[in-house]
Design a protein around this ligand. Structure first.
Ligand code: SF4
Length: 237
C-alpha cells in the first residue's frame, strides 16, 4: 500500500523529477530488467521491462512508488540497444506513467522499428493519442477504490483496438467490481477488446473476485499477478 507521505505529495512535487530533465528527447528511466510478464494476455512470457520515472497519480495500492522520483536520463537509442542486448522479443514500457514524457512515444516507435513486440502499460489518465499503432496498449482504467477514478481520460477507450489492446482494472472491493461490471456492459469499450480484472492486494481476496465473475458470467479475464506469486514484492524481477 502507498505510504501517507507519497499520497500527500502535491501535484508539483509529483512532477518534479520530469521538470528537472536536461534533454526533452531523453527518457527518464527508473530501471530496465528482464522477468516474466505477470499481467495481460502476454502473462507468463519472458519480457524486458523499461520502467520510466514519475507518476502524477497516487493509487492507494500502488506497488511501484520506488519509480516516483529516482531515475537516469537515457537516449532512445541506448534503451533500444540495451533491450536488444537482453535478447527477449517482448518488451513492456511501464511506469510510473510513461506517457508523462513525450519522448516515451519515440521510444515505443523505436522499439517497434527494432522488431520487438511492444506493450505499453498506461494509467489511462493521459491521452494515448499519437502512440504508434503497432503498440499493444494496456489501459489501466482507475476504479473508485484506487482514489484516482476521476483522472480517467474517457477518450482513450474508443481508441482501443480489438486483438491489439487490452483494458485492465485493479479492484479494491465490491464497489469496484460493480464499477467494472458496469463499464463492461456500457458499450464504451470497443467490442472484442480483452478486459482483465485483478484483485488489489491485500484489499480484496482473489478468490472472492473469481467467484463474483463466475456468478455474473462476466465476459472478462481474471488475472493473478504472476510475478508476485513467484517473487512477492521484490523489485526488478
Ligand atoms: S498509475 Fe500506476 S504508478 Fe501511478 S500511482 Fe497508480 S499504480 Fe502507481
Amino acid at each position: 500500500m502507498l505510504s501517507k507521505a507519497a499520497r500527500e505529495e502535491t501535484p508539483e512535487e509529483r512532477l518534479l523529477p520530469l521538470k528537472g530533465k536536461r534533454s526533452a528527447d531523453a527518457v527518464l528511466v527508473h530501471e530496465v530488467f528482464t522477468s516474466i510478464q505477470g499481467e495481460s494476455t502476454f502473462a507468463g512470457r519472458p519480457c524486458t521491462f523499461v520502467r520510466t520515472t514519475g507518476c502524477h497519480l497516487r493509487c492507494v495500492y500502488c506497488d511501484t512508488a520506488h519509480a516516483f522520483h529516482q531515475g537516469s536520463e537515457r537516449t532512445v537509442a541506448s534503451l533500444v540497444d540495451e533491450v536488444a542486448a537482453l535478447g527477449v522479443p517482448l518488451v513492456e514500457v511501464t511506469g510510473g506513467e510513461p506517457l508523462l514524457q513525450a519522448s516515451s512515444k519515440a521510444l515505443l516507435t523505436a522499439l517497434c522499428d527494432a522488431g520487438r513486440t511492444v506493450l505499453l502499460e498506461t494509467s489511462g489518465a493521459v491521452t494515448t493519442e499519437g502512440v504508434d499503432a503497432r503498440v499493444h496498449v494496456i489501459l489501466d482504467v482507475k476504479t473508485p477504490g484506487s482514489g484516482e477514478a476521476g483522472r480517467n481520460v474517457d477518450a482513450n477507450l474508443p481508441r482501443l483496438v480489438a486483438g491489439r489492446d487490452e483494458v485492465k482494472l485493479v479492484l479494491c472491493d465490491e464497489g469496484d467490481y460493480r464499477f467494472a461490471r458496469q463499464l463492461l456492459t456500457s458499450g464504451r469499450i470497443p467490442s472484442g477488446v480483452t478486459v482483465l480484472l485483478s484483485a488489489a492486494a491485500p484489499l480484496l481476496a482473489p478468490a472472492e473476485l473469481a467467484e463474483w465473475m463466475v456468478r455474473d458470467r462476466l465476459v472478462a479475464r481474471f488475472q493473478l499477478q504472476v510475478h508476485k506469486v513467484l517473487w512477492g514484492d521484490r523489485h526488478g524481477v
